[in-house]
Design a protein around this ligand. Structure first.
Ligand SMILES: [Zn+2]
Ligand SMILES: [Zn+2]
Length: 415
């Protein structure tokens, strides 16, 4: 069954003009039943939209959600690289965790204990910039499970993932200090798995029927990789960043869903971003993959669905990018924008857009919290405490209210 290739185009365009969109036209799409509202026409094909938190993943299904499809430069519409993979066996995986993606992830309404596996393709900030907020923010969003991170080695130990994670923990010493002895900090524990960047189709993860392999990528410096996830006869490929390379083409062949960067064409880098022609050519074809190169990669890989990302996907850029991809590839194609959702089964691949609840809250903890050892708390100095305005007439009634409701006897005071 061919994916609905036109749908992604419509989704991208509609999303760019602020519409709530949707699109699934699965083969079993129904003609809408006679609506209660007579102003709605009958006979309109049922439109569909993905509402996070309302659909379970079917036992044989893979759901992929685009949570960051843009560029390093921040903008409201598109965060930097991040894709969520949810499997019918209950497992969930994050591939890259670029700047700005955390709020999109929060919008998926997934308890943080389920979000404990992050695979980082390379250490550019647009591919792991939101790791600190996800890691430490997660500790107050009720993640009580260590955060597991997989990432490549570099050309030297100092350029590898393990070193970066070590320094990240040091960098956030103050943040961690504020939580020590104050909250259940199990979710703040990092479990880091660094693997060799030059492993070719090496297994780096094998649990619960899910295998993740790594292949080298060519981008920036030694130490960039792409990932291949296999489960239940379905294959998901995530390129992170790379110029076209032999490993991706060889090991992604026939994937069910193959994601690869598809950068802005050099012409747009010049006209819309002020790059010099040489900068645009170098960045757009030698550091990244232009739409024409992306198309050539996909014409060799022949996935069931090719997904391009990593460009400003707007009403005026999407058609040009698509046209350029079509010079070299005529297969199923989606040009991703944030909140695009792919439901993948052996029979079908559906592409939709999400409707997002902007007022989402984190879910309550799934595990019982363990009271911290308060003696681990770091005290304020006498100096800082001397500045406190305790205002017991204001604060005591707040304590009284809680103590009365919960039968407790807490007393205010900073230490
Ligand atoms: Zn990069
Ligand atoms: Zn990138």
């Amino acid at each position: 069954m061919k994916p609905k290739t036109m749908l992604a185009f419509v989704a991208g365009v509609a999303a760019s003009v602020g519409l709530v969109v949707v699109l699934t036209l699965a083969p079993d799409s129904q003609v809408a039943a006679a609506p209660a509202n007579p102003s709605l026409a009958q006979g309109v094909p049922e439109l569909d939209v993905y509402y996070p938190g309302t659909e379970t993943v079917a036992p044989d299904e893979m759901r992929v959600v685009a949570l960051g499809t843009g560029m390093p430069s921040a903008r409201p519409k598109q965060a930097a690289a991040c894709f969520l993979v949810e499997l019918g066996n209950g497992d969930k995986f994050l591939f890259d965790i670029g700047s700005g993606c955390h709020e999109r992830l929060a919008a998926q309404k997934i308890p943080y204990d389920y979000l404990d596996k992050v695979f980082i393709g390379h250490l550019h900030v647009d591919h792991f910039g939101d790791l600190p907020t996800f890691w430490l923010g997660g500790t107050v969003m009720n993640r009580l499970t260590p955060l597991r991170i997989w990432g490549p080695s570099g050309g030297t130990p100092e350029l590898g993932t393990a070193h970066a994670m070590d320094l990240m923990e040091q960098m956030y010493a103050w943040d961690i200090g504020t939580r020590s002895g104050v909250i259940d900090f199990r979710g703040g524990v990092l479990e880091v798995h660094e693997f060799a960047f030059d492993g070719v189709n090496e297994i780096i993860y094998n649990e619960n029927g899910v295998v993740v392999r790594s292949i080298p990528a060519v981008h920036g410096l030694d130490g960039a990789v792409s990932f291949i996830l296999e489960w239940n006869g379905l294959t998901f490929v995530y390129g992170s960043d790379t110029v076209p390379n032999q490993w991706y083409v060889e090991h992604s062949k026939g994937a069910d869903i193959a994601i690869h960067e598809c950068f802005l064409p050099p012409t747009l880098l010049v006209t819309k971003q002020g790059f010099s022609p040489l900068e645009a050519l170098t960045v757009g074809t030698q550091g990244h993959t232009s739409p024409e190169q992306f198309g050539k990669v996909m014409s060799l890989v022949k996935p069931r669905l090719a997904v391009g990302y990593h460009f400003y996907n707007d009403f005026d850029t999407e058609p040009e990018v698509r046209e350029r991809v079509r010079k070299t590839y005529d297969g199923p194609l989606a040009l991703a924008t944030d909140y695009m959702v792919f439901n993948v089964t052996k029979d079908d691949i559906t592409v939709r857009m999400s409707a997002i609840d902007e007022e989402v809250w984190p879910s309550p903890a799934l595990k019982e919290k363990i009271a911290p050892d308060f003696t681990d708390a770091i005290s304020f100095s006498e100096f800082t405490l001397s500045g406190v305005l305790a205002w017991p007439e204001v604060v005591q009634p707040i304590y009284d209210e809680i103590n009365e409701i919960y039968g407790t006897d807490f007393k205010p005071g900073l230490k």
